[in-house]
Write a protein of this length. Sequence first.
Lengths: 200, 86
Amino acid sequence: MTAPANAAREDDLRFEAEALPYIDDVYRFALSLTRDAADADDVVQETFLRAYRSWHTFQPGSDARRWLFTITRNVFLRSRERERRHVDIEDGDLEALSSFAAATDQERDGSDRILSRIDLGPALQRALNELDEPFKSAVVLVDLEDQSYEAASEILGVPIGTVRSRLFRGRRILQEKLMTYARDAGFTTAQRGQRGSKDD
Amino acid sequence: MTECNRDIDCRSAVQKLWDYLDEELTPDRMDEVRRHLERCGDCLPHHEYGRVFLAALATARQTDARAPDALRRRVMDSLRAAGFNA
């Protein structure tokens, strides 16, 4: 075998040992983003193909899972480019703070107690399905995949402040959707009836 | 309403609450917020609300999701077509 062929073979063996073991993680991340098994399959296949073709850019010893998540997210975004709605709300601490202040007002209105009484599982799944980018990726990475702000920042290619802002905004949107779900389920009326009661 | 003996005020504590719940503050800041929450009856419900919300959100993770065998084959086929030879 020639020297270049040997090197290529070495690269492939490294790819097999360091990247392919993360196929379950990539699949789960793709599933969280797409919320559709067939779409997730497409994203995973394209992710590993791109990863293989750009394996020479991977820094040995760095976090392969994080690197693969970056590619996964880019593949997902490209696949959704046509249908992706442009979201004007963007970065900055002011945005983060104002969204949190709004959430705080909502809590004071009794929303926290309403949410504690409903089964959040199905409502959360639905709310996540409906959450738009760029908020969905931030929420999935930090809240579902347990990535740090720093890791999410690297995967998303944005500053940590932007991750924080998107995260707060995404959580706020999810909370609003859950409140809509609670109202539809009749919890708001029940809660209002208890305002000023011993629960307060 | 509970009287607060604050190291930081309520506004500052609430502003830092998500970072606190995500354990993204420095150790000193974590202590500041924790001390505040221990003493402040106004802010503690916000903390509980955030904690319950994030715990519920974490359960939405598809922990048992494994790449199906058909997908593994599909990935390997596409890699081999691209020259993968391990």
